[in-house]
Write a protein that binds this ligand. Sequence first.
Ligand SMILES: Nc1nc2c(ncn2[C@@H]2O[C@H](COP(=O)(O)OP(=O)(O)OP(=O)(O)O)[C@@H](O)[C@H]2O)c(=O)[nH]1
Ligand SMILES: [Mg+2]
Length: 430
Amino acid sequence: MQHNRAPPPAYPEKLTIALLGKKIQIKKFIGNLILNDQGYFTSESDTLVVRENISVRVINTPDFFDAECPTPDQRIIDFMALSHPGLDLFILVLDPENAREEEVVGQISKLQDVFGEQITKHLVVMFQDRERLHALAHLKEIFNVLLVVPDHLPSQCRDWCQRGHPFVYQYKDYSQDVVLRRKAAIEKRRANNNCGSGDPDETGPATLKHNFATAAPISPSVLPIPDTIFNIVLLGLTGTGKSSSANTILYTGRSKQDIMPFRSEASSIPVTNICDVRVMNKPFGVPVRLVDTPDFFSEDLRNPEAHLEKCRRYCQPGRGVVLLVVQLGRFTDGERGILPKLEKRLGWRIREETILLLTHRDDLKGDLLSHVHTHPDLRGLAEMCGLGFHAFNNKLQDNKQVIKLVKKIPNYKQLFPKIAKKEDNPCHLS
Ligand SMILES: Nc1nc2c(ncn2[C@@H]2O[C@H](COP(=O)(O)OP(=O)(O)OP(=O)(O)O)[C@@H](O)[C@H]2O)c(=O)[nH]1
Ligand SMILES: [Mg+2]
């Protein structure tokens, strides 16, 4: 007797999911839930590991947020090589110790820095419980990102992936050639070992079956996410007070315990060595991204081009304002012609969107305007800055000096409705 057997239903395409976060124990737990078996991720060490079953491939990524890591680029390149040309979903797995607003914002911003702003379209931020999720629910709007709690893994993952096309690497900071070479080296190692995993740090047996050739083809994502965050980028020479000024802005309307400040201190060598980012949740009505930068002219700065590239993303015309920071009473030779020099390094004019921000206002006894007018170099620089000049006393936590600064932005009333409101009601915000 002949059975008319229907072919088995086609299995949906295998998903590739990356687990991000600071704590291996929690990432391991979530990875095993997604794969439906607690035996896949077992190692205690936070290394790059791939595990897969018939429907999902899960990549545990080591902590990309660890500022102490000596080889962050290598970790990122290895990860990109293992997931080339891209992947379906990133899950940022939060742990209770790293789930404060500043930390979550810092982690999302870092991911945007490394993988591009579009990552949020493919990112879910996983909280341990609904209470913590609700406390940070506004991040959904700021970053256009899904906030979730693990509930019905792994089926939830497929729903989350349906938000758009898979994510494809853009190769802004990392060369595609380098990633492809690394990928080839890993595959070669795997072929040589035959039964070895080939993963850079991988030792377990469960990865034997994973194979790049079987990964689902990935089509490029088409629509960039509109960036609704207003950028404030601080530029200037070392020690002028960029990080302190960024902190003065960061403190607006908030107590110091609630924020993770930029590192700032008196030092004979540069303190800030990377472009560092914090996102503020609508301090004046819209979200604001603060970008602290290193001194791009410092001879101590390693790989300045990579940091400049990061900075360029945030000071594109029409997307924010540049604060050119100079210390009052300390105009140096390096600051002569600094604005055109910065424009040359960045590759376009920024002067129309620049405010000259003078720090150490507390050292000035007299009137700011007459000080600037009586110092020809300072005056020349102030005249070159399209949005004028302003002074901060960074030793003072004073919202008023920040609001006065923001009012130098021509369309601040449209941009920052809360400030316009404050003009009607002066008690608001101050
Ligand atoms: N009194 C006073 N000190 C300030 C003011 N602004 C900054 N400082 C001090 O100046 C020093 C350098 O400030 P930073 O903000 O770290 O300078 P930076 O421009 O970020 O320096 P790098 O990161 O090295 O490029 C710190 O000791 C600050 O406390 C200010 O308005 N008044
Ligand atoms: Mg600094």
